[in-house]
Ligand binder design. Structure first.
Ligand code: PLP
Length: 361
């Protein structure tokens, strides 16, 4: 029977992508070698890399005044790269806190800048976790930028509204939401994402940066993190993560074949609704996030009786439903249902949860 992997990252890739990669693993473009063994300076690789970038631009409708960089160092690499590139002669930056990943970004940024952190979490009258409306977010005109995390992978909190930040560049860690729905890129100064959820293998990070923000990096910045250096070198200042870039390119093509991000979003809404509706209709499972900010990508839930957690996980694994354990900081369960998770995977999960409830409740 089919295996469905609910890992938060590295996450499953589309089956069609894995099959294509497998078919051409040892003989890419008839060259008789793997894409992994080809020079990043070869005409074949350069053409593939440019096509991947163009496909990403098409998918997100990235305006021409933005550079797209394919970098090393994952999401956390960008936690450091963002302040090192953006502070310029300003000393302060603003960070909004909504969960563990936005907090981790602050820890790194504090090594380089004076950071004002604002907790924008709150609770509703029925005790659910939520986020303050964007109109209540602090916008400090003296800050070099405002950083937030639109999808907190651990807590399962997703922010769909966009704030108006005026002249202050908005910086978003979109690691676990990028490409799950259309976004208006022009509202952002920088969007970055570790690849291992909706893009491809870990290690690669994608940076989408408005051109006027490039060129202000601190002198001591490692060159591979300097957006200006990478932009001038078409992300090939040093050897890029070539295989990850190639796989990302296959994922972008697959997303286009699905009908682009409008179609992908529709599917993601249906998948998330299926699971949330089941959880809400049950007295055995619960999710403590308010409807307005529930993540479509990462759905944490608890069992009424924690002592059943291990049994739940082992029975789920036996049923082909992998990696449902919640993050160690919050416990419970978490189903990550990124773009590559088919609706059949969510249906299989709901059926399993239903029969587990009947058996153990
Ligand atoms: N930001 C978010 C929202 C994440 O979910 C993660 C990892 O899961 C990271 C950053 C860190 O990414 P990386 O492990 O690639 O550094």
């Amino acid at each position: 029977s089919k295996i469905f992997n609910f890992c938060a990252g590295p996450a499953m890739l589309p089956t069609a992508v894995m099959e294509k990669a497998q078919a051409e693993f040892c003989n890419w473009q008839g060259l008789g070698v793997s894409v992994m063994e080809v020079s990043h300076r070869s005409p074949e690789y350069i053409a593939m890399a440019a096509e991947a970038e163009q496909d990403l631009r098409d998918l997100l409708a990235i305006p021409e005044n933005y550079k797209v960089l394919f970098c090393h160092g994952g999401g956390r690499g960008q936690f450091a790269a963002v302040p090192l590139n953006l502070l310029g002669d300003k000393l302060e930056a603003d960070y909004l806190l909504t969960g563990q990943w936005s907090k981790s970004a602050v820890v790194e940024a504090k090594k380089h800048a004076r950071i004002t952190e604002t907790d924008i979490m709150t609770t509703t009258i029925d005790g659910k976790v939520t986020v303050k409306p964007t109109t209540e977010w602090p916008i400090n005109a003296g800050a070099a930028y405002l950083h937030y995390c639109p999808n907190e992978t651990i807590e399962g909190i997703e922010i769909f509204d966009l704030p108006e930040t005026g002249v202050v560049p908005l910086v978003a860690d979109m690691s676990s939401t990028i490409l799950s729905r259309p976004i208006d890129v022009s509202k952002f100064g920088i969007i970055y994402a570790g690849a291992q959820k909706n893009i491809g293998p870990s290690g690669l990070s994608i940076v989408i940066v408005r051109e006027d923000l490039i060129g202000y990096a601190r002198k001591a910045i490692p060159s591979i993190f300097d957006y200006e250096v990478q932009a001038k070198a078409d992300s090939m200042f040093n050897t890029p993560p070539t295989y990850a870039w190639y796989l990302a390119g296959l994922v972008f093509k697959w997303l286009k074949e699905q009908g682009g991000l409008v179609a992908v979003e529709k599917n993601n809404i249906a998948k998330a609704a299926l699971l949330y509706n089941f959880i809400d209709g049950s007295n055995f499972y619960s999710n403590n996030v308010d409807n307005s900010v529930r993540s479509r990508m990462n759905i944490p839930f608890n069992l009424a009786d924690d002592s059943l957690n291990d049994t739940f996980l082992s029975e789920a694994k036996a049923a082909g439903l992998l990696t449902l354990k919640g993050h160690k900081l919050v416990g419970g369960m978490r189903a990550s249902i990124y773009n590559a998770m088919p609706i059949e995977g969510v249906q299989a999960l709901v059926e399993f949860m239903n029969s587990f409830e009947k058996k153990h409740a």
